[in-house]
Design a binder for this molecule. Structure first.
Ligand SMILES: [Zn+2]
Length: 90
């Protein structure tokens, strides 16, 4: 098993910890929805990066789910109608 040759000094350890409090230095705006954004990153609100859709956002997923639900309801209603018509024909 590899073992460190020397103990990490307090100085070295603390220098490593100093970077954990890093803060965002620049803020830009999304080209599509103008939401404040860290530069060179995709927008979490609309899922666009430089005008190209790259992410599926929560809103997209919710929209897709509601469409699926509607489709399932329509299918269930159609199935129910078929069953009722079969019962009438008996
Ligand atoms: Zn955006």
């Amino acid at each position: 098993m590899p073992v460190p040759k020397r103990k990490t000094s307090k100085s070295r350890r603390d220098k490593r910890s100093a970077n954990k409090g890093m803060k965002v230095k620049a803020i830009s705006a999304c080209q599509t929805c103008q939401t404040p954004l860290v530069p060179h990153s995709a927008c979490q609100e609309c899922g666009y990066y430089k005008g190209v859709k790259v992410l599926r956002t929560k809103a997209d997923r919710m929209q897709a789910r509601s469409k699926e639900r509607e489709a399932a309801e329509v299918k269930a209603r159609a199935h129910q109608a078929v069953e009722e018509s079969e019962e009438e024909s008996k």
